[in-house]
Design a protein around this ligand. Structure first.
Ligand SMILES: [Zn+2]
Length: 205
């Protein structure tokens, strides 16, 4: 909710209790809306597709419930591809007159076969093809922070692998429900989608 909120932090350093108090404001964000028209077969899945959608959802839900109590990430977060951003976070997509989705990530304009790298250190939680996401990688950075890479053409890591910041994890593509080759990057923290641009813009001490 927009408004002013108090923030109080308490910690112990060398036997001394330290406190920090501040106030911060949360403002309403404004996002743009795009309107597109597509043939019905793209908005009304067949029974086979519905089964695949359900299977994909189950796999994702299970992965997102995973809890890694350790912080695995370290230092700054790095962009996953050296490319311009073609679509920003929060855009409302109106398909055939209905708000179909809100863009919960950043799109990088990359041709298929472009090297995709990990934003930071973590563990590969998921590396498999899903209905909407296509070839899909989820990296768990610990303490509820995950980064998601969609529509990939090729996996360069497998589930359970440890990865470093900047390590090659995949090649980009246009798999799943993508209108063309691009890299969709998403960030989840404690179960909500954050704007990846905020994470990439953080300056670490
Ligand atoms: Zn996208």
């Amino acid at each position: 909710m927009p408004g002013k909120y108090p923030l109080a932090l308490t910690g112990v350093s060398h036997g001394q209790t330290l406190t920090f108090e501040s106030r911060f404001s949360i403002a309403k964000a404004r996002y743009k809306t795009v309107t597109i028209s597509v043939p019905k077969k793209f908005t009304e899945p067949s029974p086979d597709e519905l089964q695949d959608i359900a299977r994909s959802k189950e796999i994702k839900t299970k992965a997102f419930h995973h809890v890694e109590p350790q912080r695995l990430w370290d230092g700054p977060f790095r962009a996953p591809a050296p490319a311009r951003i073609s679509d920003v976070f929060g855009v409302h997509r109106v398909t055939n007159g209905v708000v179909q989705s809100i863009h919960q990530g950043l799109d990088y304009a990359v041709p298929a076969g472009t090297v995709v790298t990990a934003l930071n250190r973590g563990t590969v939680l998921l590396a498999q093809p899903l209905y909407y996401e296509g070839n899909f990688i989820v990296i768990d950075h610990g303490q509820g922070l995950m980064t998601l890479y969609l529509h990939l053409s090729e996996f360069k890591v497998k589930e359970g692998d440890s990865v470093e910041a900047g390590q090659v994890i995949a090649l980009s593509g246009g798999t799943g429900q993508a209108t063309g080759p691009h890299l969709h990057l998403a960030v989840r923290w404690q179960g909500v989608y954050l704007n990846p641009a905020t994470l990439l813009g953080l300056r670490m001490p």
